[in-house]
Ligand binder design. Structure first.
Ligand SMILES: Nc1ncnc2c1ncn2[C@@H]1O[C@H](COP(=O)(O)OP(=O)(O)OP(=O)(O)O)[C@@H](O)[C@H]1O
Ligand SMILES: [Mg+2]
Length: 394
């Protein structure tokens, strides 16, 4: 991330967390070997929020615990703000208390018997910081996160949003290198969660802390993350900015984990310098070739992805020069702001999501529908999916 130094020249801020080729295996009762962290390399820049997103059991918490020093990895290296805290080669293992990290757990894990002030002071008290430094520092972070008036209150008697601010204040009070979050919002009900997410994003940008945030909620990941690492059984399946991963997921696993996607089998008919013609069960489709993508040979089998909201649906065929498919509507569901259709196009099931306001025709179940898709929205996925490379930070 570029920032401007005192003399005006751009300088590269040092990453706060660097994980290099980390491996952690467990042995289950019965002897089965498990590798929930399987050769992971990842960094978190200054003021950056990186999300670890993946299904239950894919290794998110284990990776976080390795970074915090609560697990000892088998091999690899962990560097915090330029200092090696774990290296299998150099035989370095810095204990958790000396790693200068803060963690925020599920439902914030505040101490119910301690006041807001005492909760926030706790990390300083347990480090035996001088008493005359604790009070001003606690008051300072309380002011930073906007809860100065709650000093004497107890966590059970403040709102979810206020609890989040207390947890954040407690994480920031001791000038940590970065904050590690392990699904802090997973026990909060959906409506409050949405509010807390927006609030978390705002606070992170305002207070400029660095964070590594674990979740299995894709909406949370896309909203909060400067970058997202999508994990699949201990490995990084994709790493990049939310929009880049959403639009160019690189594999079927990532495409379906982040948003909904139409994924169809297809094969290459012919490939030109900028476009490729693909055969599908519903007819041929033209796809724009993404710069840098490996060329597709005619005859090659592959997967095709089209996001449902990228497909236009109408009663009459449109001659708009885009890919055209047609079929019968087998289902139509109302989802509030949008309408979702399933259209059977000669053996290809197509899911279409259209914002209410964009629907010019009255389309019902059983009607014939005409679909059009921009060639730029037709994405080719490699047969086996390749892990995305490191992407520059925003
Ligand atoms: N101490 C341990 N001993 C043996 N196996 C473990 C241990 N800790 C975790 N595991 C296993 O490692 C795998 C990864 O667990 P982890 O807690 O990292 O998953 P997760 O991605 O955080 O999942 P969730 O979303 O459910 O929290 C799981 O299969 C889990 O059962
Ligand atoms: Mg977990």
């Amino acid at each position: 991330m570029n920032i401007v130094s005192a003399n005006g020249a751009p300088e590269i801020a040092r990453p706060r967390i660097e994980v290099n080729r980390l491996i952690k295996t467990f042995h289950r009762v019965g002897g089965q070997k498990l590798t929930p962290v399987d050769d992971i390399s990842l960094d978190v820049g200054a003021r950056e929020m990186v999300i670890l997103l993946g299904p239950s059991g894919c290794g998110k918490t284990t990776l976080l615990r390795c970074i915090a020093g609560l697990e000892r990895p088998d091999s690899g290296e962990i560097v915090l703000d330029g200092k090696i805290v774990f290296s299998s080669k150099k035989k370095i293992f810095v204990p958790p208390t000396q790693r200068q990290l803060s963690m925020i757990f599920q439902s914030f894990a505040l101490w119910p018997h301690m006041s807001v002030f005492e909760n926030i002071a706790y990390p300083l008290e347990s480090r035996k910081a001088p008493k005359n430094e604790i009070t001003p520092r606690v008051r300072q972070v309380m002011q930073m996160v906007g809860i100065s008036d709650l000093e004497l209150q107890y966590p059970g008697r403040i709102s979810g949003g206020q609890q989040q601010r207390v947890a954040l204040a407690r994480a920031l009070v001791s000038n940590s290198v970065a904050v590690l979050f392990d699904e802090p919002l997973s026990n909060v009900d959906a409506r409050v969660r949405e509010h807390l997410r927006i609030e978390m994003k705002r606070m992170q940008k305002q207070l400029q802390f660095s964070g590594l945030y674990v979740t299995h909620d894709q909406a949370e990941a896309m909203e909060l993350g400067d970058r997202i690492a999508v994990l699949d059984s201990g490995r990084i399946a994709a790493l990049g900015r939310p929009r880049d991963i959403y639009e160019q997921p690189g594999s079927e696993y990532v495409a379906t984990f982040l948003g909904s996607a139409n994924i169809w089998p297809g094969s290459v008919v012919d490939a030109g310098p900028t476009h490729v013609r693909l055969a599908t069960a519903g007819g041929d489709l033209i796809a724009e070739i993404t710069p840098g993508a490996s060329p597709s040979a005619p005859g090659a089998d592959l997967k095709i992805m089209v996001r449902p909201e990228k497909i236009r649906i109408s009663k009459d065929p449109r001659d708009d020069g885009r890919n055209a498919l047609s079929g019968r509507i087998t289902a139509r569901t109302f989802t509030g702001p949008a309408v979702q259709f399933f259209v059977e196009c000669a053996g290809l099931t197509v899911r279409v999501v259209s914002m209410q306001d964009n629907l010019q025709d009255d389309l019902a179940e059983g009607d014939m529908a005409h679909l059009s898709i921009d060639p730029g929205a037709v994405k080719i996925l490699p047969a086996n999916g390749t892990p995305a490379d490191r992407t520059p930070r925003a």
